[in-house]
Design a protein around this ligand. Structure first.
Ligand SMILES: Cc1cc2nc3c(=O)[nH]c(=O)nc-3n(C[C@H](O)[C@H](O)[C@H](O)COP(=O)(O)O)c2cc1C
Ligand SMILES: CCCCC(=O)C(=O)O
Length: 359
């Protein structure tokens, strides 16, 4: 089979998925201003190589929260992988394991976290939204601990799901047969249907998310798990400093792929400030519009320990299940290996601020 680029997977997914599912996957919030802004921000960054470095043996492997990865690369939490393929997250986990990438499983996964863990050969993190019913959240955390998940990722940029015009227009409902099987069915009640111009996704958050939580509540969570805690959706140095003071082990610098606060700054533009505020006291992960191996290098130069891809994994899944996800990840990994050689940066620790210029 001819080598496919990520945009070929995107085009294929667009053909295969129904209009409303495609819009849910691809769409953004509000004016959708951020769908291009995130990519533009990465494109404005230019790499500055060093020469005459021995790059005969580049080593993209790294460690993230104690887990060995083949490269500083992982999959961001994305709800309902079965929208893209019947095997859903189980196929994604198999692919991530084959490549040695991290897989962050969404709280709104469509396969059980135990089935996903059984298929995984690489590290898994579990993403959580803070539910009004705290006991449901704790039940899930216990299961994640038992199933061998390595960290909990609390998403903090979504006290509510933002207005997403495509989903509202389509009256997006979660198709029958695809369910958030890890969330108590009593909690999910009937919110798989759209209602009064509100998508099912917006209803999930309105009915279940607790928008009142603050920094003070993190202590409550900390006392209930031995797993490292990661906050996802941090965009300011002040919040990064606060997180470190609270003993948080990792941050995902993210604007939720342009799906939450409209006109939020691109994650990559917040990265350096956040990495400096964290000062090496917690791990830093970047997501949003990562589409090339060079984007991994850009993230590392600005202080990230790893980067995640969201939509591209689902494009691969829609194209050809586990094989498609694996191929998307291998493409990024291959590109990153080439960038390492051409940057004169044979190890992940060789990427520094001086390796990047804003044009
Ligand atoms: C369809 C879809 C569903 C998502 N679901 C979740 C989720 O359940 N939890 C979460 O924290 N982030 C979720 N995100 C945000 C991603 O984790 C990530 O921040 C974003 O997709 C990264 O940008 P990218 O898609 O451009 O790579 C979702 C994103 C998409 C596109
Ligand atoms: C309630 C599920 C939210 C999924 C999500 O975070 C997204 O669609 O961006």
């Amino acid at each position: 089979m001819a080598e496919l680029a990520l945009r070929d997977y995107e085009a294929s997914a667009r053909e295969q998925l129904s209009g409303p599912v495609w819009d849910f996957l691809e769409g953004g919030s509000g004016t959708e201003s951020m769908l291009t802004a995130g990519r533009d921000a990465l494109d404005r960054l230019r790499l500055r190589p060093r020469c005459l470095v021995d790059v005969s043996a580049c080593e993209p492997a790294t460690t993230l929260l104690g887990a060995r990865l083949a490269a500083p690369l992982g999959i961001a939490p994305v709800a309902y992988h079965q929208l893209a393929h019947p095997e859903g997250e189980v196929a994604t986990a198999r692919a991530a394991g084959a490549v040695g990438a991290l897989f962050t499983v969404s709280m709104f996964a469509s396969r059980t976290i135990e089935d996903i863990a059984a298929a995984a050969t690489g590290p898994l993190w579990l993403q959580l939204y803070w539910l009004k019913r705290r006991e449901s959240m704790i039940g899930l955390i216990r299961r994640a601990e038992d199933a061998g998940y390595r960290a909990l990722v609390l998403t903090v940029d979504a006290p509510l799901v933002a207005h997403r015009p495509r989903d509202a227009r389509n009256g997006f409902a979660v198709p029958a047969g695809i369910r958030a099987v890890n969330v108590d069915s009593s909690v999910m009640s009937a919110s798989y249907e759209a209602e009064a111009g509100e998508s099912a996704i917006a209803r999930h958050s309105k009915e279940q998310f607790d928008p009142s939580i603050t920094w003070a509540d993190l202590e409550w969570l900390r006392e209930r798990t031995s797993l490292p805690l990661v906050l996802k959706g941090v965009l300011s140095g002040e919040d990064a400093g606060r997180a470190v003071e609270c003993g948080i082990e990792g941050l995902v610098v993210s604007n939720h792929g342009g799906r939450q606060l409209d006109f939020a700054l691109p994650a990559v533009d917040a990265l350096q400030e956040i990495a400096e505020a964290a000062g090496g006291r917690c791990q830093i992960v970047l997501d949003g519009a990562v589409r090339h191996g060079a984007d991994i290098a850009k993230g590392l130069c600005l202080g990230a320990d790893a980067v995640l891809v969201g939509r591209p994994a689902l494009w691969g899944l829609a194209h050809s299940g586990s094989d498609g996800v694996e191929s998307v990840l291998r493409t990024l990994l291959g590109e990153f290996s080439e960038v390492m050689a051409l940057m004169g940066a044979p190890r992940v620790s060789d990427f520094h601020r001086s390796g990047i210029v804003r044009s």
